[in-house]
Write a protein that binds this ligand. Sequence first.
Ligand code: CAA
Length: 381
Amino acid sequence: MDFSLSEEHRAVQETAREFAQHELLPGILERDEKQQFPHDQVKKMGELGFMGMMVDPKYMGSGMDTISYVIALEEISKIDAAAAVIMSVNNSLVCWGLEEYGSEDLKTKYLSQLAQGIVLGAFCLSEPEAGSDATAIKTKAEDKGDHFLLNGVKNWITNGGNASIYIVIAQSDPDKGYRGINAFVVDKNLDGIQVGPKENKLGIRSSDTHSIMFNDVVVPKSNLLGGAEMGFKIAMNILNGGRIGIAAQALGIASGAHDLSIKYARERRSFGKPISEHQAIQFKLADMHAAIEGSRLLCYKAAYLKDKGIPFSKESAVAKLVASQTAMDVADEAIQIHGGYGYVKEYHVERMLRDAKITQIYEGTSEIQRLVIAREILKSI
Ligand code: CAA
């Protein structure tokens, strides 16, 4: 077992760190306040190869491993968790799904543009009345012979307003339950697609979240991902990988809040010395560090298993469950260490707490992660 990062991993870390400091930090308070999408920064992420990190270079991706992806996401999330989710959804939920399950024609048509960040992707599973209970989706994809007719509403769609390509999960045969579900690539240019208003969110405010309405959208049969009625399994497999990305986002929020806390604790003085010399603060910093280290190892382990082709659904759920709780706890303690300054926007940690919350909700709530973990461990004994 080797815990050291390779030269390539270190280079990714350095590039992502520099990018986050120089391109994401400036203007972050304003983007958060005004819910401004980071268009220029996303374009730059595409140029740096961060929008299709694991995609085969044949489709203009970076051809890197999932550990590199975790490393880049951690660095970006330390500064800007909203930019990180834009990147994560494009990489894990769209590029990966398309590369794994798409036909050669679909990959040629869409994947290289997505991998370069020229266009953005979104993943449409959740609905107004089907979030955690994903088998209950109602969006219909009626088989009309040479095409599917798509009707329904999808909710909470990250990148919903800016994406040009959607992966849509829809029911084609309700009598078969989840075994009647299909997954499609849907081009936003098709007639009958309407994007709802942008949600006004607690955190990750500069990412855009919308509902999307499909009204008699004619989707060519050739846009089907995987085999017929494989859609639910495809969605679950895509989410298994996506959870590594969200775990890495949570890890980054935690380590960003920790870095700021160390810096502040060294500068701020009370009772005649820097607060970093008070044991009350040292214990907090040590607990934060321990939880972050644990989360990072869990992220790396899930990524390692995925790269080796070993089943990793339990490990990605564990990584997301632990890292998202760590993000909440560490951001909370970071505010405590900063005192009153932590409660105002200029010191960033209040945003980090707001950003952390969503990591316990999207791509499967913490309760769903526990369910996935429990089912796996009960199977294994
Ligand atoms: N990996 C692979 N297959 C899985 C799986 C997993 N993690 N979980 C379930 N499956 C398979 C099962 O094996 C089963 O197939 P078989 O019958 O062939 O074995 C099938 O899927 C149905 O599973 P269950 O019978 O277990 O169904 P269930 O209803 O009891 O539980 C669930 C399903 C695990 C709760 C699932 O609905 C789930 O994961 N829900 C959470 C959905 C989610 O994460 N939504 C996030 C929305 S996307 C998002 O947030 C995107 C964004 O923009 C950021």
